[in-house]
Design a protein around this ligand. Structure first.
Ligand code: GDP
Ligand code: ZN
Length: 457
């Protein structure tokens, strides 16, 4: 495949010590060489070397003082010749150098185009490319590890293994369709059953990590519910103070994200804005209950807060009873004051719901809350794994489709459907799995996926 030469600012915009312009393509070195003045011509230098010099305009005037890294094909991010120009940070130097590079013959890159080239040139597959976005956007150390594992091909390897099994099976079926002797057919039937069952088994193993993967990548939403003045805002502030995991505006992304997460032992926890139910003192009790219910419905986790220094009210008791069967933690707040009830008193209203005590104001006992959240959402088994999860809902959906198609094939064999019909289902499953890695994929989808990247990546 032959591409043109592209360029973009690869670092975040804004003031910084340095900024990098990345240039990739067959003419990357020639183009930058035209506007570079240093000791050596870049066309003569070795791969993976750095050079000091200046970027000059057509009149020879100096635009910026730079360090230039040269990566020759195929050992580069895109597998093409790549030149990275380290300029002074700040929006003006970067824009001027970029304009000089494009005047010299490079085209402005689209968001994600460098990573797209790495994919199209065969350095990484689609699931790895998608993991690059996850890596950039990861909210906690745990989500970063999961993304990194996928960048390095953990998911790809598992998918390739299953696809390989299916290809061999299809080849075998082809042979028997061409030579339809009875005993050959019996053997084939058994082989189809064994192989599809095994493939389904392997898909199930990957799918089993999906729930955890989604929690680790996307996090959970939590709502702090409770009467006015029990201490909801105080707890939120205490949590934010220690463990703010901010996902801010990523420049150049199509969807600008501005969300705030709390990093609870590697789980990104987003506190649902309960502004709607904020403490208007004169709201009638009934309204409070109903609004709280509505918020509880939308949350992955309910943090139901009580004030141990005050008697329970009807609101408290009504909602406590409704926590049954939900992911919830009852928080007894204000343990620094004299308590008028205990955790044991609460147990009569909730059967299995966890109860913890803390003081939001004194910031004491908040660690109990974190441990409890971890216990509810992270399975013991994953703490020692290689962080290989399926985290992406696109991948999960395709795995489920492939599984259904294999089940269809399995049913077909068991009901003596002709082999060439069975092959159709197996082929479909093979293609669905190929969409995860990008081996079989529509061009439109690629554009859509890579458009989510930031510029310069
Ligand atoms: P919210 O209405 O539920 O959001 O409650 P706030 O967080 O605004 O707190 C209401 C009042 O309770 C404030 O005066 C807080 O300082 C106080 N408060 C919150 N947590 C504690 C605590 O753990 N101990 C004590 N003594 N007071 C607290
Ligand atoms: Zn509040």
């Amino acid at each position: 495949m032959k591409f043109d030469t592209i360029a973009a600012i690869a670092t975040a915009l804004g003031e910084g010590g340095i900024g990098i312009i990345r240039v990739s393509g067959p003419d990357a070195i020639t183009i930058v060489d035209k506007i570079y003045k240093g000791k050596n011509s870049l066309s003569t230098v070795d791969t993976h070397t750095i050079h000091y010099g200046h970027i000059i305009d057509s009149s020879g005037a100096i635009i910026d003082e730079v360090l230039i890294s040269v990566f020759r094909t195929p050992k580069s991010y895109t597998m093409e010749d790549v030149v990275e120009i380290n300029c002074h940070g700040g929006i003006m130097p970067l824009r001027r150098v970029l304009a000089t590079v494009t005047d010299a013959g490079a085209r402005l890159a689209e968001p994600g185009e460098f990573t797209k080239r790495a994919f199209l040139n065969g350095r990484i597959d689609l699931s790895q490319a998608e993991a690059v976005i996850d890596l950039i956007r990861s909210k906690t150390d745990l989500s970063m590890k999961a993304a990194m594992s996928q960048v390095q091909g953990s998911l790809s390897k598992q998918i390739h293994t299953i696809r390989q099994q299916l290809v061999e099976l299809m080849a075998h079926i082809e042979v028997t369709i061409d030579y339809p002797e009875h005993d050959v057919e019996e053997v084939t039937k058994e082989l189809v059953i064994n192989t599809t069952e095994q493939a389904i088994d392997n898909i199930d193993k990957i799918l089993a990590t999906a729930d955890q993967g989604k929690i680790i990548r996307d996090g959970i939403s939590a709502a702090i519910i409770g009467r006015p003045n029990v201490g909801k805002s105080s707890l939120l502030n205490a949590m934010l103070k220690e463990n703010r995991a901010i996902v801010t505006d990523i420049p150049g992304t199509t969807r600008d994200i501005l969300e705030e997460y709390i990093n609870v032992k590697g789980i990104p926890v987003k506190i649902i804005d309960t502004a709607g139910i904020r403490e208007t003192e004169d709201i009638v009790e009934q309204l409070g209950v109903e609004r709280s219910r509505a918020v509880m419905q939308d949350a992955d986790l309910i943090l139901f807060m009580l004030n141990v220094a005050e008697e329970l009210t009807e609101y408290d008791i009504t909602l406590l009873k409704e926590l049954q069967g939900k992911q919830a933690i009852v928080i007894l707040n204000k343990t620094d004051l004299v308590a008028v009830f205990t955790e044991d008193n609460i147990k009569q209203y909730v059967d299995n719901t966890s109860i913890i005590s803390l003081s939001a104001k004194e910031e004491e006992g908040i660690e109990h809350l974190y441990s409890e959240i971890e216990r509810l959402f992270i399975e013991e088994s994953i703490k020692q794994t290689d962080f290989s999860f399926v985290t992406n809902t696109r991948h999960t959906a395709l795995l489920k489709t492939a599984k259904a198609q294999l089940n269809e094939a399995l049913n077909g064999v068991q009901f003596d459907v002709p082999m060439d019909m069975v092959t159709i289902d197996i082929t479909s499953a093979w293609e669905s799995l190929g969409e995860i890695t990008g081996d079989t994929v529509a061009e439109g989808l690629l554009d859509q996926l890579f458009a989510q990247f930031c510029l310069g990546k």
